[in-house]
Design a protein around this ligand. Structure first.
Ligand code: NAP
Length: 223
């Protein structure tokens, strides 16, 4: 299904992963709002991203107003700030899709799989928010560095998990429009596998001295 233009807030979009996602969404023609705890920081980050892209609709707001202004929110904050950041914007999320890129990395041993109690950081967020918010897990395995190279294809599939099938498909379509391949990876419980893979990829990056190893699902029909 072709992408319609969406207004998308990126909570923590001043960081590495959120900036990369923002650039690719803006390049695909979406309206992007960078969210930050600090409105001035958000505005400065948005300005820098427009400069980098040479155009595009990217603005900046404080996280809560960014979420309120958007149809879809994407969460890109460290695991330690995941639930607290969502509590702060919760009132603006009802009826919307929240895409969560969180990998539950627990410093200092970030290259070792340490899934939280219950097995998945993103599934825990869906349980916290209930049915009012459709939580979709995506982007855990795509390095910020690769995302930020907006003119290069990314040789990493994006595993997309959600309990709500239409929300899952909408995010797959968004991902495909960003020059990546979204793969339907099933219900939100399956996010545990994507979250665990992040630590493996960090290990592989260190071992082979590369900035952004990724994953590819084989055996799929070519699109
Ligand atoms: N980096 C990657 O290559 C990569 C790859 C796959 C998945 N991920 C996942 O994506 C998420 C973001 O990663 P990142 O590398 O972009 O992180 P980051 O740069 O360390 O942080 C992103 C943003 O989160 C906000 N933030 C930081 N600490 C916070 C706190 N204590 N409370 C509230 N907000 C805080 C900051 O925004 P403000 O100061 O502007 O509020 C910051 O710019 C993580 O969950 C990570 O596991 C990252």
């Amino acid at each position: 299904m072709p992408n319609e233009m969406k207004t998308i807030a990126i909570i923590g979009g001043t960081g590495a992963e959120g900036s990369g996602i923002a650039l690719r969404l803006a390049k695909a023609g979406h309206r992007v709002i960078i969210g930050s705890r600090d409105a001035a920081k958000a505005a400065a980050a948005a300005y820098a991203l427009v400069e980098c892209l040479g155009g595009g609709s990217i603005t900046g707001q404080e996280n809560k107003s960014a979420a309120a202004s958007a149809e879809i929110a994407i969460l890109t904050v460290p695991y330690s700030a995941q639930q607290r950041s969502v509590e702060e914007i919760r009132g603006s999320l009802d009826g919307k899709i929240l895409v969560d890129a969180t990998a539950p990395l627990m410093p200092p041993k970030v290259s070792r799989v340490q899934l939280p109690p219950g097995g998945s950081a993103v599934a825990a967020l869906q349980a916290m928010l209930g049915e009012a918010v459709r939580v979709v897990s995506a982007f855990q395995n795509v390095s910020a560095e690769r995302l930020q190279q907006v003119d290069a294809p990314v040789e990493c599939d994006v595993l997309v998990c959600a309990d709500d099938a239409p929300a899952r498909q909408l995010v797959i379509d968004l991902v495909n429009g960003m020059g990546l391949r979204g793969v339907d990876a099933g219900p939100i419980a399956n996010s545990a596998a994507a979250e665990a893979l992040t630590s493996l990829l960090i290990w592989i990056n260190r071992k082979y001295k590369v900035p952004g190893s990724g994953i590819r699902i084989t055996g799929l029909p070519s699109t």
